[in-house]
Design a protein around this ligand. Sequence first.
Ligand code: AMP
Length: 431
Amino acid sequence: MTFDRLGLSEELLKAIQATGYTTPTAVQQQAIPAAIAGGDLLVSSQTGSGKTAAFTLPCLQRLSGRRPPQGSGPRVLMLAPTRELALQVAQAVHTYGRGLRWLNTACLVGGAPFSAQAKQLARHPDVIVATPGRLVDHLARRKLKLSDIEILVLDEADRMLDMGFQEDIEAIVRATPASRQTLLFSATLDGVVGKLAAGLTRNPQRIEIAGDDRAHGQIEQRLLFADGLSHKNRLLAAVLGCHTVNQAVVFTATKRGAEELALQLQEKGFSAAALHGDMNQGARNRTLQQLRTGRLAILVATDVAARGIDVAGISHVVNFDLPRQAEDYVHRIGRTGRAGRTGVAITLSGPREAGLIRAIERYTGDRLAVHTIAGLEPSPRATNPPRFGGRGRMSAQPPADRWAPGGVSVAPRGDGGRRSDSNQAPRRFCR
Ligand code: AMP
């Protein structure tokens, strides 16, 4: 399958060619022609599946087909949960729309000055990319009208609901015409997302993409057990000091944790900086720019702040604190292995975190491969999870069997090492 079979114009095909992508991903193959046909779509696809192009390209196709009368309002509205993701989506509009010289896009995100955004709106943008909260603020100030919207895109709708944007989304939708086309993308279409979707769409086509169909390369998932915080810190320093690390994102549970860890890493001589929601937009943009240009090696981030970061140089993701939800794990590790490269995701687990590890493994369907770092092996206590076999059952399996004698590493097993079960021997980390 090639892109020229999807019904896209020459200008868009040229822009795709310039990115170097030759084969549409599964979500692109299904969603692009369906969206061009004009119906509503509910698409379940994970981060890294190539979903941004899957909704951006059909929107641009619609825009290039007909120019609106002078003075019309924006025709496409794309909503995303975080500032970083919105900026990334706006960048995709720019990348794929490079042949449409007249195309004008406004990006409305929180934390940036209203006046600059009001100037963008005064230039009559064709496309608005926004986070829901800031868009509602502009609507309240009567700085824009959404009555000419032809396509409404909700990217990562599940996340927007998690972040409490339901009322904002409903207010925004009320300001758009009922005749609009709605494209909803989400990791899941069940539960509250399903209810939201039912209220927003008409006879939608459902497109479900399996979780492991990624546009990004293969991500090797590793597990390192730690005895406690100071052991975690030493493991982290050893991981980041490994010669195979090009750039890394380290995840913490809290904003304060991110600040503190970034400082500690700086003191150890690493090029590290924090990224979290309490930083103003200017500081966040500067940090991300340093990451993109390679001047920053290690980003210490919270889940929300790191959502959507797409930097090809990120070779490693480290879960210093475990994610609160298994789903966040998938978003986190998707920061590496971008644009077809390979990546390594390392999870540091404390002695009492076996339940969370099991939840992640159940969610992803993958087992994390247990590794050790020579000289930093965990005590048997840390590798002594209270539960085995998943679903909360206690197992008779003696946990000490998780390790080969003396923590000696062994070669990967025939199953590709994708197991963290009780018979698994650990492997050396920096190979
Ligand atoms: P997304 O799921 O939109 O965040 O995209 C994940 C990554 O895949 C991004 O780095 C995209 O630039 C890249 N990508 C998108 N489409 C393709 C494709 N057809 N082939 C290879 N990489 C792609």
